[in-house]
Design a protein around this ligand. Structure first.
Ligand code: PLP
Length: 460
């Protein structure tokens, strides 16, 4: 029997994995969650790919064969630069860094997206169907999504980025891909303009069905699923499958840290989950006060966490609200219309039983990067530094902490050299990134023009 998935809002029909994968968002606006949490198998295989298959197979069982699933996993993680896929580095006796950035685009999103690209292709082939993926990016997600589908015969992808507003590394990671099905668009506008255009394309029914539009955004269940694995992997590498480990997670959309919560729900002993925020600290304030209060997004050195509305929080919220989809929808509607929404005292207490959090501003982020470099000879990127800083501030004597390193330092060279005086080097597969020819389309912030462009690049 295949696992059934339900929407957090409770009214959309339950689906099985392949439909959840392709749908992304539920028709009632909610996010999919499995009906029950499978129990982690006690197996401790030697390799990341074997563990990944053990941990994730129960979520797809009955809809994908084990051998197909195994080969997709092998294929997905063969793109990583190190055999451990996600290696651990020790900072001090009780503090470890889990390096999640050895994938093709140097950020942790590759871990989920490399697999999601293959899952898409597998399902589209089975259905003899095609899709056009459209997305907006402020920097990181775009290249990770393009890398994920670049070898697909079934999917085309168009990514809009705000011209002149991404870092040069981020832009080049998108514009130097040579595959015929990936397209970077430099939009004359802001990231918000890019997002608005994507929303408008999805709202244009005729255009949407003509192109079979799809998305691979962070609310897709399959992305969360793929991220559960490295929590189990870290515990296993430390010999702590039976003793609690605390994880500290640099957080934006809450997808990564929610995957840690899922690992815990499946039976992995987890001490605490530390939610590390930059100055956009809505989540750490929620944990502290029980109230979610919106404020303006401020740009920081860790741009992938410059978020005020954390979409994946909805998956935890429905649990705190005892599975009540209507109450979940109401909480989020209240928040969107008034800019605030509060948990009850009991719900707040349950949130605090598992989660803690704090914020680190840019000045402190640079100090931490300098300290880590001085003490350990290690360069860390600003997102990772926010995590390390929060772990240092909240740690208890003797508590074993794994901080997640979410991006490679060379992805954010300006911040790294400002903090440490050292220019981080790009790893081998990207060493010639600055010599490669760029290919992109410059377009105005105009829906018709962008839609015409998408129509023109679609393969039929
Ligand atoms: C996306 C991203 C994050 C935030 O992850 P969420 O799952 O959105 O919480 C943190 N660090 C880096 C480098 C990222 O790219």
């Amino acid at each position: 029997m295949a696992l059934s998935y339900r929407s957090t809002r409770g009214t959309a029909a339950p689906l099985e994995f392949p439909d959840v994968l392709l749908a992304g968002l539920a028709t009632d606006g909610g996010l999919y969650l499995p009906d029950t949490w499978p129990t982690l198998s006690s197996a401790t295989p030697d390799t990341y790919v074997e563990l990944a298959a053990e941990v994730m197979f129960p979520f797809v069982e009955g809809t994908i064969t084990r051998s197909d699933f195994d080969s997709m996993i092998v294929d997905a993680y063969s793109t990583f630069g190190v055999p451990e896929v996600c290696p651990l580095v020790q900072l001090d006796e009780h503090h470890h860094l889990l390096e999640l950035f050895h994938g093709p685009t140097l950020a942790f999103k590759d871990i989920a997206l490399q697999l999601v690209g293959r899952l898409f292709d597998h399902e589209l082939t089975r259905r003899d169907a095609r899709v056009m993926i459209v997305g907006a990016t402020s920097g990181d997600t775009g290249s990770a999504a393009m890398e994920a589908v670049r070898s697909s015969d079934r999917a085309d992808i168009v990514v809009l980025y705000p011209a002149g507003r991404t870092s040069e590394v981020q832009r080049r990671q998108m514009t130097t891909l040579t595959d015929v099905n990936v397209h970077a668009v430099a939009l004359d506008g802001t990231f918000d303009d890019c997002q608005d255009l994507v929303k408008a394309m999805f709202a244009d029914e005729v255009f949407r069905s003509r192109n079979r539009l799809s998305a691979v955004n962070s609310i897709n269940w399959a992305r969360v699923m793929a991220q559960i694995v490295y929590y189990v992997w870290a515990a296993q590498l430390l010999g702590r499958r039976a003793t609690p480990t605390t994880f500290c997670v640099p957080t934006g959309n809450f997808g990564n840290v929610f995957a840690g919560h899922v690992a815990n729900s499946m039976g992995l002993p987890v001490g605490r989950l530390m939610v590390a925020s930059n100055s956009n600290d809505i989540l750490s304030r929620l944990i502290e006060t029980g109230e979610m209060v919106a404020s303006e997004v401020v740009p920081t050195l860790s741009p992938s966490m410059d978020i005020q509305i954390s979409s994946n929080l909805e998956r935890l919220l429905v649990e705190l609200l005892d599975g009540n989809g209507a109450a979940t929808a109401e909480f989020l509607t209240t928040f969107r219309s008034t800019g605030r929404a509060a948990l009850t005292a009991d719900q707040h207490l349950r949130l605090r039983a598992d989660f803690t959090g704090d914020r680190i501003d840019d000045a402190r982020t640079l100090e931490i990067m300098a300290e880590v470099h001085e003490t350990h000879g290690l360069l860390v990127d600003p997102h990772t530094a926010v995590g390390i800083g929060v772990a240092q501030r909240l740690r208890r004597p003797g508590e074993t902490i794994v901080s997640l390193a979410t991006a490679h330092p060379a992805k954010f060279p300006d911040a790294v050299s400002k903090a440490t005086g050292v220019e981080p080097e790009l790893p081998g597969h990207l060493a010639d990134l600055f010599d490669r020819p760029e290919r992109f389309e410059s377009l105005p912030d105009d829906l018709t023009t962008v839609e015409d462009y998408v129509d023109s690049v679609r393969r039929s």
